[in-house]
Design a protein around this ligand. Structure first.
Ligand code: PEP
Length: 257
């Protein structure tokens, strides 16, 4: 049985004061939940410490939105894995399409960050997904296959088991256009099949695959009820406590597979 994981990617939003307000609201709206799904928030780096201090006794986990592939040293502006674990982060989003698009991150680079995160006990949420041009050219499966092989290169089965994959069609991120539940589930099935072929069918059954791309309070229930969708990576709708908690509620109520 795969437990649902609902993660909020706040991107470059919320200063420390706004972070505190949003977390207080979230905790208030979540107080009757009984820990049935994993809830993660990924605020900006500057908000991680304040976020951790607020959620410390509450079932919300903390993640970062990126990290360096290097351990330490002269890398101005970068944040290392041990800086994140020292704060109490348990997750890190890697290879988000905005990192790929604006900061030229490649599957190779993402692969080295995934290895670094795993070596420090951090769970990587590894993003993959095709662009609109790729979908329209009918090469979605090819792109997903290349990305999966690239980001998981040289990882063992026991390492891959600790990873969460986020399927995020680029054309659906921040656009208000979500993949239909069936479109998304089809790609999730492909990812599971690839894991089965590359590793084992047992691992394919276990690995958590989130959907991301304009998931919101209205469409979450239908996306999360799909057989191979194990949760959501949510951008815009994670910035409002009512919408994010409605999505968490949809996760609680959706069938587990
Ligand atoms: C994201 O940034 O991972 C994302 C899915 O954003 P949005 O929900 O706003 O489309």
């Amino acid at each position: 049985m795969r437990r649902k994981v609902i993660a909020g990617n706040w991107k470059m939003n919320k200063d420390i004061h706004e972070t505190a307000n949003l977390i207080v609201e979230l905790m208030d709206r979540m107080k009757d939940f009984k820990n049935q799904v994993d809830v993660i928030i990924c605020p900006p780096y500057t908000s991680l410490v304040v976020a951790k201090s607020l959620i410390k006794d509450f079932p919300i986990k903390l993640g970062a939105q990126n990290m360096s592939q290097y351990d330490d040293g002269a890398y101005t502006g970068e944040i290392s894995v041990t800086m994140l674990t020292a704060i109490g982060c348990q997750y890190v989003i890697l290879g988000h399409s905005e990192r790929r698009q604006y900061f030229k991150e490649t599957d190779d680079l993402i692969n080295s960050k995934v290895k670094k995160a795993l070596s420090a006990g951090l769970t990587p949420i590894v993003c993959i997904g095709e662009t609109l041009e790729e979908r329209e050219a009918g090469v979605t499966d090819k792109i997903i296959t290349t990305q999966i092989k690239g980001v998981l290169r040289e990882l063992s089965s026991s390492e891959v088991e600790k990873i969460i994959i986020a399927y995020e069609p680029v054309w659906a991120i921040g656009t208000g256009k979500n993949a239909t539940p069936e479109q998304a589930n089809q790609v999730h099935k492909l990812i599971r099949k690839l894991i089965g072929q590359l590793y084992s069918w047992a691992l394919a059954e276990k690995i958590l695959i989130q959907y991301g791309g304009s998931m919101n309070a209205e469409n979450a229930a239908s996306l999360l009820s799909q057989s191979d969708i194990d949760g959501g990576l949510i951008g815009g709708a994670s910035l409002k406590s009512d919408a994010f908690v409605t999505i968490i509620q949809a996760g609680v109520e959706s069938p587990t597979h």
